[in-house]
Ligand binder design. Structure first.
Ligand SMILES: [Mg+2]
Length: 233
């Protein structure tokens, strides 16, 4: 259990904490692959080349290129779709743009929330606690349709600081006007969420939804949760 009286602010991660990023991404990329398949006539070796896994691999390949070091996630995703199109000889910028716009729209409209996320955030707000989202991804509270239960969003690309740099947590508590020791951070990543936030002086809780192994090289987490319902106020 968590003694909520000791806190004024709760910061939460997004991907893997409030919403199922993996499932959301897989569904969105399957939709994109289906659009490529339709464009390619539905059958043939080219269709086999554009799978969700391949679209994912191309995205990682593009993001590793030096000229994309400072690119936004949107720029990287768009370029990876263009690359996928080029590989199957689709020379059609409008098609690529259409697929990209549809992907983005679908990905946010069909974001798969964990069922405990909204009730948990609602309960925190009822206690009078401030709630802030801290994410390295590109989903803010508005895109996640959680504006009514999250006070502020800190998206790494916009802030110019990225987890696991503890500076992002110092920036968040300062902007929220709360001391680090009166802040609890909850997230699923041992390094980005737990280790980095505690280095900035925040209290932390590791959300281990999948029964993962805590990295032996890190100090153990102060709290381990298997769901947000575990610590419902
Ligand atoms: Mg996460």
């Amino acid at each position: 259990m968590i003694d909520w009286d000791g806190y004024r602010l709760v910061t939460v991660d997004g991907d893997g904490t409030l919403w199922n990023f993996e499932l959301t991404l897989r569904r969105a990329l399957q939709r994109t692959a289906d659009q490529f398949a339709a464009r390619l006539g539905g059958v043939g070796p080219a269709v086999e080349q554009v799978t969700p896994a391949e679209l994912r691999r191309l995205r990682d390949e593009v993001s590793a290129r030096p000229d994309y070091a400072h690119a936004s996630m949107d720029e990287i995703r768009r370029a990876s779709f263009a690359e996928a199109a080029a590989r199957v000889s689709i020379d059609d910028k409008e098609f690529v743009e259409g697929v990209f716009v549809d992907y983005k729209d679908y990905r946010f409209r069909h974001l798969v929330h964990y069922s405990d996320a909204r009730p948990f955030l609602t309960a925190l707000r009822r206690l009078g606690l401030l709630v802030a989202l801290v994410t390295n991804g590109n989903t803010n509270a508005k895109k996640a349709a959680l504006c009514d239960v999250i006070d502020a969003s800190f998206v790494a690309y916009d802030v110019g600081l990225k987890k696991p740099d503890p500076q992002i947590y110092r920036h968040v508590v300062e902007r929220m006007g709360v001391e680090a020791h009166a802040t609890l951070h909850i997230g699923d990543d041992p390094i980005e969420d737990v280790d980095a936030a505690r280095a900035a002086g925040l209290s932390t809780a590791w959300l281990d939804r999948e029964g993962a192994q805590w990295p032996p090289t890190l100090d153990p987490p102060a709290r381990r949760l298997t769901s947000l319902a575990d610590c419902m106020p």
